[in-house]
Ligand binder design. Sequence first.
Ligand SMILES: [Zn+2]
Length: 248
Amino acid sequence: MRGRFRVFDTHTHIGTALHSGRQYSADQLLRAMDRAGIDRSLVIPFPVVADARAAHDEIGRAVQAHPDRLSGVVCLNPFLPRAEFLDEVRRAVETYGFRALKLQPQYQPLNPLWRTSDFFFETALEHRLPIICHTGSGIPYSLPALMMDPARRYPDLKIVLAHCGGGLLVGEAIVAADFCPNIYLELSSLMPNHVLEVMHRVPSSRLMIGSDLAENLDVEIGKIEGLAVNDEDKRRVLWETGCAVFGG
Ligand SMILES: [Zn+2]
């Protein structure tokens, strides 16, 4: 609870990132959540790890120890041998109850327009997992508009555009959400004026917050708290949309 709002951070990471060298534990995350007044966090593996299965296990153990605070997300190289990919998604869902499937196109160049990528979306649907797709850095496959194609072809699939195009592509993310009712926007890294632009066009029932990294928590939440919008919209962005998409 932060002030009068509960808060669901729908985008954060623990583990060891090979690309950046960052190392962050579940205990560090929980302490940061307590400091910032975060009720729940959705925990995603870093996109480049030495062992994706071990990364899922680390998050899974934290979820099992703190089911009231944490939920997990599957993030896996989509170019693994297909059976290995499918087995690990199933294992993470069945063992730890993971709630979403992450695509990080900056490091996992899956083209959503190619039919060879359909297995990715169909796997998410089979396990009733929303997809979280990083957008912004990592062009071309991180362009928000590319997700409009699977969103149209799989209307029962919820697709969350992480970072909402990352500032530069915020307009494209707005158009994607405007045209596709199953596209949701996660607002981390936007400036407050961008968030207002988004809220002018996309209902708050499809907007959610994320921090990406715990040191961003106060800024990411503060920018929503400080907006000149009504409390109902703030409540949806800070808490309700995340619960509706990923489960509370
Ligand atoms: Zn991230």
